[in-house]
Write a protein that binds this ligand. Sequence first.
Ligand code: PEP
Ligand code: MG
Length: 578
Amino acid sequence: MLQLKGIPASGGIAMGPAYLWTKEEFVIPKQGIADEQIAVQIQLFEEALIKTRREILDLQKKIANDMGQTEAEIFDAHLLVLEDRTIIEEVISRLKKEKLIAAYIFQDVLKKYVQVFLKIEDEYLKERVSDINDVGRRVLRNLLGKSAKHFEDFQEKMILVSHDLSPSDTASMHKKDIMAFVTNIGGKTSHTAIMAKSMEIPAVVGLELATFKIKTGDILIVDGANGLVFVNPESETLEEYRKEEAALRNITKRFILLKDQPALTLDGKRVVIAANIELPDEIPSIIDHGAEGIGLYRTEFFYMNRADIPSEEEHYMAYKFVTEAVDPYPVIIRSLDLGGDKFLSHLEVPREMSPFLGWRAIRFCLARPDMFKTQLRAVLRASAHGKLKLMYPMISGIEELRQANGLLKECKDELRSSGMPFDESIELGAMIEVPSAAMTADILAKEVDFFSIGTNDLIQYSIAVDRSNEKVAYLYEPAHPGILRLIKSIIDIGHKAKIWVGMCGEMAGDPLFTLILLGLGLDEFSMPSIMIPEIKHIIRSVTLPQAQEIADGALSFSTAKEVGDFVHQKMIELRILQ
Ligand code: PEP
Ligand code: MG
């Protein structure tokens, strides 16, 4: 049995077979063929095209059933590539001339196409590159007789082991196929971790060598809360974890009984507990866990796994659906937060040296006002159907906020003049996730209705620690005294300006910090929905003065470790922990 230790990213226990997932890069030798093989290779190539076409059509049908027609249409572009006569004819004519195996020539032809497309100043053609690569991999797989390595082909539930998982990889997975994630890289608040929580599956990230030490078919135990992975465990370890899993299920059942209770302290202080979502299909889960609305709708996932940019109508329909589904509770839509570790294959965003410090979020939106306004207009239109609020990510100072508000005003004027209804008094918020915004919160507070503290980024930028880099994950400390002071200051400034202050970073859903945040006066906690019942339980176990005393105590320490030990001890004294 091999035991690996990584970073705990999403709690829970999973036991089952591993599936080693790598993006396929085929290494094909430049292999010559005899004259009589030419016809055979052409035939193999044509059969591979037919097989691939069938696969894509099947997949398209499946996606149309599972997710809807629009999602399925992504594959139209793949079919167009597959049927491109220029590519097919070039492969066949080169094959006859150069007498090399079809796989080699096909890969070479595609490579040249991709290079040409990348050079052309045409958005549409550049967007086709990922389609070409995707179709190319499928054809090569069929040509080489390799079995498929795609999520949609899973026959049984697997534990996915990968070097990394991009947000668009995770967004295209189905919860029913995957029991847990295990990755070489990543940190506690990387988007792989966030997606695992949304999918309600355990995850351990930052294992560094997982893909070298685990093979497909190995039996794994993933202990998400402790960041442990056991490879081919002995029967005693399996038995131990079976018991642990059953105990965990019981605790979860106990907490879930509280789900519809308000988050009310023993002396009657009420706070709001909302959910974070990435995709509208998480709505049933947030309702099942007792969320009082959505405190963060990460709309960038809406732009992923598609060949084009969503239209105003598509945005509008999605936001309207979400708003009506959680009515009478509010929904906070966060405008597009592209960048950092969230890349979109179809948008022309250059790779940067420091993507987290680069052309991200509101910076990108302000540079692409047409695209931004499409989203803003849709949010405004959807606000006619329920309680919708809007917030901007990555605000670093008042000028950005004013520019964004200027565009919002233009959208309001346009809608008014075309007689489209919207909520004239839609609440507007700024995420406070950049230290300069935290330091100028008094200035920002005059021009917004609320703050939402994005601790995932605020910690990353304040401690200068890449949130998705396992090598420096030990520095990523929400209880760092510098972070606690910043949070206190943001909440105090917000309250002084008479606006409410929420938090939608992962810290809001971490049970270790609930009492501190409650004591500091946080008004709204927004988190992955699975955490809601437990956080309600904690809040319902104390009085506000008790929480304030704990917050004061926490602020008096010099290290995150001291803060953690202190809060842990207090939670035992209050019988929140056994
Ligand atoms: C945050 O930074 O805390 C946040 C909620 O935004 P994201 O994780 O999407 O960057
Ligand atoms: Mg953020």
